[in-house]
Design a protein around this ligand. Sequence first.
Ligand SMILES: Cc1cc2nc3c(=O)[nH]c(=O)nc-3n(C[C@H](O)[C@H](O)[C@H](O)COP(=O)(O)OP(=O)(O)OC[C@H]3O[C@@H](n4cnc5c(N)ncnc54)[C@H](O)[C@@H]3O)c2cc1C
Length: 602
Amino acid sequence: MGNVKRIVILGTGYAGVHAAKKLHKKFKKDSNIEVTLIGKNPYHTLMTELHEVAGGRVEQDSVQINLQRIFSGKKVDVVLDEITEIDFNKKTLSSETKTYEYDYLILGAGSEPAFFGVPGVKDNGFTIWSLEDALNIREHIENMFRKASKERNTEKRKRMLTFVVAGAGFTGVETLGELLEWKKKLCRNYYIDEKEVKLLLVEALDKILPILNDNLIVKAEKYLLKHGVEILKSSPITSVEKDSTTLKDGKVIETNTLIWTCGVQASKFAANLGLKTSRAGRIQTNEFMQSVDHDNVYVIGDNSYLEEDGKGLPQIVETAIQTADTAVENIASDILNKEKKAHKSNYHGLMVSIGSRYAVASLMGVSMSGFLAMAIKHFINLHYLFGVAGFSSCWSYIVHEFFDIKERRSILGGHASAKSHSFWLAILRVYVGVMWLLEGINKVKTGWLTDLKIPLFMPDATASATAAAGDGTQAAAATVTPILSSPPQFFINFMHLFRPLGLQFQIIIVIVEICFGLALIAGLFTFIASAGSIFLAANFILSGMAGYDILWYVFACFALIGGGGRALGLDYYVMPFLKKWWNNTKLAKRTYLYVDYNSTEN
Ligand SMILES: Cc1cc2nc3c(=O)[nH]c(=O)nc-3n(C[C@H](O)[C@H](O)[C@H](O)COP(=O)(O)OP(=O)(O)OC[C@H]3O[C@@H](n4cnc5c(N)ncnc54)[C@H](O)[C@@H]3O)c2cc1C
């Protein structure tokens, strides 16, 4: 036990999760290293997508990744607890109920909104810094529309329908972008004229999105103005009341909604730990990401303060990930008595979405806007998700952002989210199943189980193809023009490998056709039967035996693949059971190939 090193990470945000995954990778075979990750929520929140929840674009589960999913099968002990105290001398963290010991501590407790002493913001404004915040905003906005629809007092109604976002950094602009899209639906639902709704972006500086170049700033501003947003620059807010917001020039905006995104500071918890802090309560670190007070305490992500080229590292995701990298490398160096490496940032860029269909981005020095910028933002999110929780989390993201999206709020519009009821597919499914079954029975009747019928299996392929055309089973081929007049050479070579087992191969084809037929009729394993049908049809086409009529099997099976068995089929009962079983297997945990199923499925 004396040699065991306990590494405790506090915080399950971008920084903490990345550090834990990296430590697992480094020390998974080392029984002397114990890694514990402590966080107060059972999920990792995708903070960068909170505005989509606040603006009613996606549901809350699209910004949550279950920690159990990320770390099951990993050498990381995930503990759900809220730490209230850290004793750096005793090397312990304590919550209300438990104390945890560490040899190395990685602090990644994140940040919180800064109010800069502006009176009333905290009590009367909304912030967007957690999932709960985003849900509060969403509920409040919908409430405002609901109330306004019943309000006959013009002043009150106007106040309810005026929405102010304070701060024109990426958080503020992204939040406003969602509101300008959502407003259309809300107006429709509550019989409110869109002209009645006022969206304001209020910024203390003389420009919006100061992190971007002027060209992109102009584009973002143009887009906001075009969509009816009023932008007030050089307009610091001096106080916020329940029913109004006052600006420095004395202007009073009558509103019930102020969303404050003006600044961020280290979380109070981190700032008050007694470690040396710097700007906005961020904990001062050296170049190795160690706290300057304790060698065995590393600080990462939004919590940390380190200057590069005279400027503090920005509080963004890339900083969180890169500082976590540095901390883990240096803890490993410390344990292995190697030399530590200084932190070096390597930023790739920033993307700011304004709603679901427009974005501005600066990526590795290249500026872009519109569809391309938005597509890249999705791609980067997918890349991040793949690293955190593999393909299944990417698939969930695609489903949430494209297939389940409402009101056409995606770069693909509503094309990917248009749905047909599986009920109607059930009819098609049974029909395709019957056709395969008849096809299989017909092959049995015409001698496929006893005589060679596939031309490519006959001694002389060309001669036998002619022979086959005259054969009863190939009567169709004689009357129907094949899609390919002769099989491609690669397919001939491939099929010739099976020539010695030609008859057995034929028998398998017949059995498979009958099985696919029965499976489709029963709606059991519809995905496999449909995908298999497409594969089988492709083989008939390549063998030069199939005419154009086979294509309908292919297209029908594409339609069935996505859930043709879920209505009036056995998949309705069997698949939830199998999915649950699969998610608990070691292989699913190791590969992250989880499959989603909703609780109503079992
Ligand atoms: C709306 C919004 C949009 C953003 N958009 C972008 C963007 O487009 N691009 C970008 O790069 N950045 C963006 N950011 C900033 C980015 O999200 C942060 O820089 C990043 O989350 C920092 O990661 P972190 O791990 O340091 O902290 P966090 O992600 O905040 O994680 C901190 C974690 O610590 C936990 N924790 C805190 N205290 C305790 C405690 N006492 N006990 C237990 N657990 C605790 C918290 O629950 C949390 O899980 C955005 C932020 C917001 C809010």
